[in-house]
Design a protein around this ligand. Structure first.
Ligand code: ADE
Ligand code: ZN
Length: 324
């Protein structure tokens, strides 16, 4: 099965590029930039990754990205991830990035964009990997700031495949960002949003009704609302589910308890993703393998899951054909 899953052409639709920062690169960049780390070794970093919930992860995630300072750092971060993904049989990557998390540290948007853009070109040329870019707004900061970031990104609007919504979900409903997402819609930029990871099914409804998203990131809590499940199925809405993330952030206790089988049973369009692979125990192949172990799924199910990801990726029809 490992060989089959490795060879299967896989697309990653839900990946935070800052969450792909492995402790080894964190140390190398800390040294390059003279940044002090609160850890003595990579082992100590990994030992600290014992999360109680989303917020306890986010605290370390925002701290870890403090080593990213120059365009070269962002390039190296993304290339490091793209090489690992390529080695796992990933053929297409859609990466979220969090500009506000860098702006508050004094790292300007052009620095981030230059580094990520160069890495995307290298990945395409050297690895034959296609990539897409999703600029995410931090939902635990105010909407005016998100709007200002969207305007500031004007020189890069053409390069954005979508905007997204991430960070601490509880208490930060999609409704807070209606105007920002309306502005993105008027600019012709597609929209996605994290909803129903820790937050209630109502947040999934809001993301659909108020933000007009074309995909829901996570969405696993939809099962608490049977009418919503029917709606998601009828609309063919894609959920970008992140199995190992949900275990590590204690959305579920064990992978065997994960609602993935029920989501599939309900006829929903589900994809598997790694979310923050450096923090949650592995990349896309590791997530596929863990699901095989937990659910005993056949090759056909994995072909379906990988196919759904390619169907709903932000790529041209021509590239979509080449990905299969
Ligand atoms: N930012 C990075 N990973 C995230 C996650 N799993 N949920 C919300 N925001 C995030
Ligand atoms: Zn995420």
């Amino acid at each position: 099965m490992r060989d089959f899953l490795k060879r299967l052409p896989k697309a990653e639709l839900h990946l935070h590029i800052e969450g792909s920062l492995e402790p080894e690169l964190m140390f190398a960049l800390a040294e390059r930039n003279g940044v002090a780390l609160p850890y003595a070794s990579v082992e100590e970093v990994r030992a600290a990754y014992d999360f109680q919930d989303l917020q306890s992860f986010l605290n370390l995630y925002y701290q870890g990205m403090g080593v990213l300072r120059t365009a070269e750092d962002f390039h190296d971060l993304a290339m490091d991830y793209f090489r690992r993904a390529h080695a796992e049989g990933v053929v297409h990557v859609e990466m979220h990035f969090d500009p506000q998390a860098h702006l508050v540290r004094g790292i300007e948007l052009p620095v981030v964009m230059e580094g990520l853009s160069l890495a995307r070109r290298h990945a395409e040329r050297e690895l034959g990997l296609s990539t897409a870019l999703i600029m995410a707004f931090l939902r635990d900061r105010n909407a005016a700031e998100a709007m200002a970031v969207l305007e500031q990104a004007a020189p890069y609007w053409e390069m954005l495949d979508a905007v997204g919504l991430d960070s601490a979900e509880r208490g930060n409903p999609p409704a807070k960002f209606v105007e920002v997402f309306e502005r993105a819609a008027r600019l012709g930029i597609p929209r996605v949003a994290h909803a129903g990871e820790e937050g209630p099914p109502e947040y999934i409804r809001e993301a659909l009704d108020l933000l007009d998203v074309c995909r829901i990131d996570h969405g696993v809590r939809c099962l608490e609302d049977p009418e919503l499940v029917t709606r998601l199925r009828d609309e063919g809405m894609v959920l970008t589910v992140c199995p190992l993330s949900n275990v590590r952030l204690r959305v579920v206790e064990r992978l065997a308890d994960h609602p993935l089988p029920q989501l599939l049973e309900a006829g929903l369009r589900v994809t598997l993703n790694s979310d923050d692979p450096a923090y949650f125990g592995g990349g896309l192949l590791t997530n596929y393998l863990a699901c095989h172990e937990a659910f005993g799924w056949s090759e056909e199910i994995f072909i379906q899951l990988a196919g759904t990801a390619i169907e709903s990726a932000f790529v041209s029809d021509r590239r979509r054909l080449a990905l299969r």
